[in-house]
Design a protein around this ligand. Sequence first.
Ligand SMILES: *Cc1c(COP(=O)(O)O)cnc(C)c1O
Length: 207
Amino acid sequence: MIAVSKTKPVSDILAAYDQGQRDFGENYVQEFIEKQPQLPTDIRWHFIGHLQTNKVKYIAPFVHLIHGVDSDRLLKEINKQGEKLNRRIACLLQVHISNEETKFGLDEFELMNIVHEHLLSTSPALLPWVEVQGLMGMASFSNDETLIQSEFHQLKKLFDHISALPYLQTPFTKLSMGMSGDYPLAISCGSNMIRVGSLIFGERNHK
Ligand SMILES: *Cc1c(COP(=O)(O)O)cnc(C)c1O
């Protein structure tokens, strides 16, 4: 479980840390780089927001896992920053599973293009400084459990499909899906990484 601490103060993060929590998630680069140096170095920092290509360099030195990789261009930039730092950077590809226009993510076609182009040992353009470990997705913001479940199932199916491909460079082990409102459903659909914010830290005032 990743404790999503976006918009919350360092003191809230420390309180959860003192209870043993080590995985934290942030969404905004500026906020992330302000908080990170103030906190213990054994925290595993997950970047779960939309990442702009020109901001990768700010988080590349310390990020544990980037969840929202949603373009070929972004993946290549992460690879470039990893090479500069001599550090392999772990990522998840974000898939668009909701029926909402606004949520980021790859469609199935774009996803499979990236897999074939970069992630198989037979791929024409291997990216040695990124380690793509799985998929991430966000279901529709809805009370319709049947809809949410079908979206999670869709992501799990893609995850299983890619996991089973021969010649995959890095094994697919992480399926990041589920938030405060839908994590039990996500787990029942095969999630092994949930991102929980408001249920831990309370409602956010903005963002
Ligand atoms: C904010 C956020 C979360 C946590 O949301 P809650 O509903 O507060 O649990 C999880 N994932 C992403 C990508 C987010 O932006």
